[in-house]
Design a protein around this ligand. Sequence first.
Ligand SMILES: [Zn+2]
Length: 60
Amino acid sequence: MFAHHCSACEETYLIFESQLTSLDNTANGIELRFTCWCGAEQTTVSGRLADRRTADVVAA
Ligand SMILES: [Zn+2]
């Protein structure tokens, strides 16, 4: 379970595992695809690599 800000409905919702449609390991981290409560398909990147990338952006 994680919080996500939807780009379609502009709301922040908790996303549950049951809403996930796919989960892929990529060079940038774990790419999660899921369906928002509004019905829109959304994607987010999670995992250690994603955290490090965010930290790099903050430090730059
Ligand atoms: Zn939404």
